[in-house]
Design a protein around this ligand. Structure first.
Ligand code: PLP
Length: 295
């Protein structure tokens, strides 16, 4: 059963209520983070909180809590949650205001954190690999909304996902206005070419993913060359390997893109990085458990 921390009070998720006048709901005016926890320890909490702070700053939204207070709220919620492993959705909206887009009518931001289990990725997709389509829907241009802002505006990602559903594919990749690969609907994309790991730069519309950074650091530690570089649909179709990364999905290998089967799925670089990623989580969780016990 889900639980929700809503501005200081923990209630069952089903009972948490926000106003219909909240600008997060009316205008998508707000920011959020998705955070995993393992053995009651949030993974890479500081990176998520920092990204949240930057997103809020970029849209001129004053956080109603310090990052320390948010971290405490998260720890309290995780302790109260029934399962040791799960997923958190931390949302900060502009708050309750009047009808009208002007945020000046919102006196205080609304903050809620939902703890729940994840059902986003079917085990079949994890094992066999995902089928992707390149969506006709394009990523919003950075001069409309900077892709580094993790905002509540996901409509063009939703439209891309509808295209994937219609094509009976597991996920959609969005291109930017120039036709360069940006990202999936809730994930970053990587390819392997001639032993090197390549991923689109944030300037092409990729979110600066927390999992993406962990994977690039792990690749470096394993001696795998990696680079942020502009990619086209052709690069994806002809890759040796392709995989997706994100907090919710962790790492998922890609089997085919627009009907083009990739030669290796899961490929050797994916398998190496996935093992390294799982070890990394275990190590960080073990360390956090010891540190908490000592404090
Ligand atoms: C659009 C988008 N891209 C990429 C990601 C992956 O980011 P992270 O690894 O920080 O979860 C997400 C995750 O929420 C996302 O929504």
């Amino acid at each position: 059963m889900s639980l929700c921390w809503l501005d200081g009070t923990i209630v069952p998720g089903e009972e948490a209520r926000v106003s219909v006048f909240d600008h997060g709901l009316l205008y998508g005016d707000g920011v959020f983070e998705g955070i995993r926890f393992y053995q009651r320890q949030p993974f890479r909490l500081q990176a998520h909180l920092q990204r949240l702070q930057q997103s809020a700053r970029a849209i001129k939204l004053t956080l109603p809590y310090t990052l320390g207070e948010l971290a405490t709220a998260i720890h309290d919620l995780i302790q109260a949650y029934a399962q040791p492993d799960g997923y958190l959705r931390l949302v900060i909206t502009r708050g309750k205001g009047t009808l009208g887009v002007n945020p000046n009518s919102c006196r205080r931001a609304t903050t809620f954190i939902i703890a729940d289990s994840l059902t986003a990725v079917e085990p079949r997709v994890r094992q066999r690999g995902a089928s992707l389509i390149i969506a006709a829907t394009r990523r919003l241009s950075p001069d409309g909304l900077d892709p580094r802002v993790k905002s509540l505006n996901y409509l063009n990602h939703v439209l891309a996902r509808i295209e994937a559903n219609h094509a009976k594919a597991d996920e959609a990749i969005l291109l930017n206005a120039q036709g360069h690969v940006s990202e999936g609907t809730t994930d970053n994309v990587f390819i392997v070419r001639d032993g090197s790991l390549l991923t689109p730069p944030v300037t092409d519309g990729a979110l600066d993913g927390v999992t993406r950074s962990v994977i690039m650091a792990l690749a470096k530690a394993q001696g795998i060359a990696s680079a942020e570089t502009t990619l086209s649909a052709y690069d994806l179709y002809t890759a040796d390997e392709c995989f997706l990364t994100g907090t919710a999905m962790e790492l998922i290998p890609v089997r085919e893109i627009d009907g083009r089967e990739l030669s290796a799925c899961p490929g050797p670089v994916f398998q190496l990085l996935q093992a390294a990623f799982m070890n990394r989580i275990q190590d960080e969780v073990r360390y956090a458990v010891l540190e908490r016990a000592a404090s």
